[in-house]
Design a protein around this ligand. Sequence first.
Ligand SMILES: [Zn+2]
Length: 259
Amino acid sequence: MDRWLRPALMVLAVMFVAPALLSTTASAYAASPNSIAEAELPVTSERPPADGMTPDGRVWFVPMARKEIALTFDDGPYPFYTPLLLHQLESDSTPATFFLVGRTMQEYPELVERIVASGDEIGNHTFNHYTLTGLTDDEIEDQLTTCGSLIESYTGAPPTLFRPPHGRYDQHVVDIAHKLGYRTVLWSDAPDDAKPDNTEVPVNVIVQRVLAHAHPGGIVLLHSGQYNTILAMPMIIAGLRDQGYSFVTVTHLLADQDF
Ligand SMILES: [Zn+2]
């Protein structure tokens, strides 16, 4: 496809197709989103400390009294899903943090440009999305630096946020990320919107989980390649706003910690 044609089709899709699709809870697309999504397997064995972070850079949440919350989207960017997600976020003026995969960024540079243009934040989700605990220290560092350089080429600044693929990390991973200037951003709320077996999670279940678990300074783990997650966004955004929350990027959340 021509270089200009693909972005043009995406713009048309967002302008004309997205509103129609997003007004329904089921569509032809709903049957196939997981084919390009990378399911996460969140680590649940480690409980976050009371203040939400550790000196080696791990962050689960940011202690604060203000009702601020950070929506984070792992994986991608993806054709179709990322433009739809950006459309949802922009139509509600909702900033978010995208943890992108380097090889996918290389594949879809125009989508990275759109994320940057939207004012959303980009974090490092490694170059290949390998499970880092199975790699050598040099390989872990390479996964972070190659993706980090790529992000910097779009944003003009080295990224400072890292999220380990599949939620899998150990002390080696955390220490290498810390040495390279990253915080290892985990989460305080994972509504489990991406199943390892690609089972579809109903929209209302995703919405209810996020709304029920929200707390000030929370970091919500979502996935950008899940169609039902995208469909859930208007209800999540409206529901959290009704609870008095405002949306910020993870970096903004960290800057606003007040304890
Ligand atoms: Zn991932």
